[in-house]
Design a protein around this ligand. Sequence first.
Ligand code: SF4
Ligand code: SF4
Length: 379
Amino acid sequence: MSALQSIDLIRLTNDIKAWGRALGFQQVGISDVDLSQHETYLTQWLENDYHGDMEYMAAHGMKRARPAELVPGTLRVISVRMDYLPPDASFARHLKNNRIGYISRYALGRDYHKLVRNRLKKLGQKITDTLAHTAYRPFVDSAPVLEHAIAEKAGIGWTGKHSLTLSRDAGSWFFLGELFVNLPLPIDEPVEEGCGSCTACLTMCPTNAIVAPYTVDARKCISYLTIENSGPIPEALRPLMGNRIYGCDDCQLVCPWNRYASVTEESDFAPREVLHGQRLETLFLWDEETFLKNTEGSAIRRIGHERWLRNIAVAMGNADPDTSILAALEKRSGQVSPLVQTHIDWALARQRKNTSAKEAARQQQRLIRVVEKGLPRDA
Ligand code: SF4
Ligand code: SF4
């Protein structure tokens, strides 16, 4: 009898879930590797060019929807959830004041990639300790993996109309990770979809990037524009970005299910003071060395100093007229790359003409009202 035949897979699955929780994952689910129902959607999304310049999205072809092609021998994917919402999220406070740089809440602390991957490795090792020769491979936010489709199949949540995984008990403020394994573990059932007739994320997205339920055109999404995009930010979209300098949380902020989200238990995700609630000109005047020092171990470091300046310049062009902001823009002007300079020129013109982001102001006010009503923990 082989080791696999003699092991109680149901018991092993229960153990895996208990080990996962002990390692700091709030939820652990198991899915098979048949994601064929997502292939048509993925093909369509890529054909529409909704991935923008994210060529890596297309690079792996349908391997993304076929875990067993990506890692031969894979039979199951263990999907894990780790909550990241910090206790002091200060959503409304930082969105209300357009002279403060707003950073997506997942990026305020330590880079989650390494932390989640290390915990997944520990989980894989625990399984191997129990059942020798188990092959495992962890993925965290990796391009070739359809993490939301997997999470859905594994019963972590359903895919919301904003295209993120959403849970009745935990909202959507969480990271996902996957552990590919070569074991025929019993699988979990998907949960019932819970968006119903709600369309809050579609109507509140500042750039109308959610072009249809479940479909985000990355080229319009502020997360893509401020993080993935290496070129100029389209001028028509700049006024709509308000003070969001790294990512955007709006579609999650307005989601009613996030009333049930829990605050993270990970001290590594606590916001760094140098990034949280800082004035735009303070962040803008960091030289490259300071940027690298202050973002060491943070996901923000990946975008580099040039994109950092580009993004902040846009927010400065959207800020209410302010002499310190104007002075900081003037100070940097002429000493930056051509990419940053075009954004500084745009921002300077708006600051000098007193053109703050009136285009975005009404939408922002609506957002703040929703946030203040819906998220009691918000400071
Ligand atoms: S992250 Fe922001 S810009 Fe992107 S889809 Fe959500 S609300 Fe829209
Ligand atoms: S805001 Fe509404 S439609 Fe959008 S994900 Fe949340 S529940 Fe679904």
